[in-house]
Design a protein around this ligand. Structure first.
Ligand code: ATP
Length: 327
């Protein structure tokens, strides 16, 4: 193990995700287990720029495993995008005699960490905390499972009203650039169709699918729309469908930020705990500029630059399954 590292800091950055607290807890407890000092930085990179950090103890992270959000708070720091901002951050990093930084966040947070690490030769390690699951180098990101469960539960409730009134519902889920949540919820929630940013489904394809469902006397219809769908917003799509299929009573439900909140699922807690420990052990073993991931249920370290640049593809087989089951 690398004895140069004695003091590390951890921050959460970008959009919050359920399970971030569990990851911080794991970083703190693993650090203390390995006899390191560990500091928590508040409000992401802004906290590093302002020197808003404190030493954490075993008890500092009691009772946070089950809490959504992040007790370290998160932020989108425009100052850290500037050289001057990162210089201030480095001054605080040095002033506190820190040796390494653990960043829990998404691709933007990792890009910032990568730049900082190269500019100042600081060891950094990333833990993927984002509900979107859009990072290569890991099968799952922290928060994705919880967000899918929350969305599927909402879809189940919407289906109750959809079937009672024989309505067609468009349910919009999160995913500006990636359709992972949409595909997962479409299968888990039994949707008739899903519209995701990665695929070029046309309005005609959707109409055809809905006509087929009507011919098969489907009692309720739920279409899942990822927010980044290229056909437009769920409201636009619903209006266009109404023009062609006026016999449908159509409603739209945008799930929005409720998908980010709530207590993390057991899977997310375990994933976050494994990744938090692996981040500390990785640093002690000389890993730097890497993201911790879990691939085929094994811990894997991927260079941050690769994790950020590589586009993670949706699983084609899931599309095939959704199509078979939606008739
Ligand atoms: P999510 O996937 O939930 O949106 P994210 O980590 O991708 O999370 P961003 O808002 O993209 O969220 O990035 C978080 C922060 O990372 C930014 O506010 C900024 O401080 C830093 N960051 C992002 N890109 C850069 C960059 N090119 N240079 C320096 N810092 C950056």
């Amino acid at each position: 193990m690398n004895s140069n590292i004695k003091k590390i800091a951890v921050l959460t950055s970008g959009g919050d995700a359920p399970g971030m607290n569990a990851a911080v807890r794991a970083v703190v407890r693993a650090s203390i287990f390995y006899k390191l000092d560990v500091y928590g930085i508040y409000k992401g990179y802004d906290g590093l720029i302002k020197g808003d950090l404190e030493q954490l103890q075993v008890r500092s992270v009691s009772n946070i495993l089950s809490r959504g959000g992040t007790f370290l708070l998160s932020a989108r720091s425009s100052e850290f995008r500037t050289k001057e901002g990162r210089e201030k951050a480095y001054k605080n990093f040095k002033a506190n005699e820190l040796d390494a930084l653990v960043v829990i966040g998404g691709d933007g947070s990792f890009t910032g960490a990568d730049i900082f690490s190269h500019e100042y030769d600081v060891p950094v390690i990333g833990i993927p905390g984002t509900i979107d699951n859009d990072l290569a180098g890991t099968d799952f990101t922290i928060g994705y499972d919880t967000a899918c469960n929350t969305a599927t539960e909402a879809i189940d409730k919407i289906r109750d009203t959809a079937s009672s009134h024989e309505r067609l519902f468009f349910v919009e889920v999160m995913g500006r650039d990636a359709g992972f949540i949409a595909v997962n919820c479409a299968i888990g929630g039994g949707a008739v169709a899903m519209l995701v940013p990665e695929h070029n489904w046309s309005l005609e394809d959707l109409i055809k699918r809905l006509r087929k469902g009507a011919a098969n006397q489907k009692a309720s219809n739920v279409v899942i729309v990822a927010e980044g769908c290229k056909l437009g917003s769920s409201y636009d799509i619903a209006a266009k469908v109404k023009e062609q299929l006026d016999y449908f009573d159509i409603r739209v439900s945008v799930l929005g930020h409720l998908q980010r909140g709530g207590s993390p699922t057991t899977s997310d807690r375990v994933l976050a705990s494994r990744m938090g420990v692996a981040a500390v052990e990785g640093l002690l073993n000389g890993q730097s500029n890497v993201m911790v991931g879990v691939i085929n249920n094994k811990i894997a370290y991927t260079p941050i630059s690769e994790a950020v640049k590589t586009v993670k593809r949706l699983d084609d087989d899931e599309f095939r399954i959704a199509k078979i089951l939606s008739i």
